[in-house]
Design a protein around this ligand. Structure first.
Ligand code: B4P
Length: 194
């Protein structure tokens, strides 16, 4: 099984690149951002709680997110592998993911970290905010999301570096060019699906 973590700050292109990768390699996409937005849209108790954090640019509590991931993995026992997009975002989430995968006799294969300057991140997300209707795509909230990333999520890269799984990718290029760079790394482990 090939399990990929797509890592990087808000707006670095995790969601954008996941869509390309999962099509090419036939993997199951698990985006905690998408799962949370779906809960918010359906106004479930989890969504109502999560929205309070998301609207402020804060991370949703670990236990909420970890529970969602666990059920999503269980729903796909025949998967060729998973792309974890926007997860893990804290060390506790990274440790919980390792335990969940170990229980299923598998593990994280590779972590690809998209590196983009802060100026470019803000530009992209403000741009997206003009059409996305996302309440967290305003400049004020974007700045808070980046701050939250620096303090809680960036240290997770060190966790994977220590495990020898981290590769940095320049994420400031055009979408197609960045995709090619990601593929070069993924192809060392699996080939595109037929
Ligand atoms: P997410 O939904 O995960 O993150 P995102 O901000 O959308 O970033 P992403 O990197 O996916 O950006 P995208 O490709 O869309 O998180 C949202 C919130 O959910 C968090 O703030 C948090 O509150 C909560 N949350 C999610 N997961 C959590 C967890 N595990 N724990 C706790 N809380 C959690 O790209 C952005 C824009 O840039 C798009 O408009 C795109 O078209 C553009 N773009 C992408 N690549 C480009 C390129 N190469 N060139 C030019 N533009 C590009």
């Amino acid at each position: 099984m090939f399990n990929l973590v797509l890592f990087g700050p808000p707006g670095s292109g995790k969601g954008t690149q996941s869509a390309n990768i999962l099509q090419t390699y036939n993997l199951i996409h698990i985006s905690t951002g998408d799962l949370l937005r779906d809960e918010v849209a359906r106004q479930t108790p989890l969504g109502i709680e999560a929205r309070k954090f998301m609207d402020q640019g804060l991370l949703v509590p670990d236990e909420v997110v970890i529970g969602m991931i666990s059920s999503k993995i269980d729903e796909n026992p025949e998967a060729r592998g998973f792309i974890f997009d926007g997860f893990p975002r804290t060390r506790a989430q990274a440790e919980a993911l390792d335990k969940l995968l170990e229980f299923k006799n598998t593990s994280i294969t590779l972590v690809l970290s998209l590196e983009v300057t802060e100026e470019e991140l803000i530009k992209r997300l403000v741009g997206r905010g003009q059409t996305s209707g996302r309440s967290d795509d305003t400049e004020e909230v974007i700045v808070k999301r980046i701050k939250e990333y620096r303090s809680k999520t960036e240290p997770v890269a060190g966790y994977y570096k220590n495990h020898g799984k981290l590769e940095g990718i320049a994420g400031n290029h055009a979408i197609e060019e960045t995709f090619k760079m990601l593929c070069k790394h993924i192809n060392k482990y699996i080939l595109p699906a037929e």
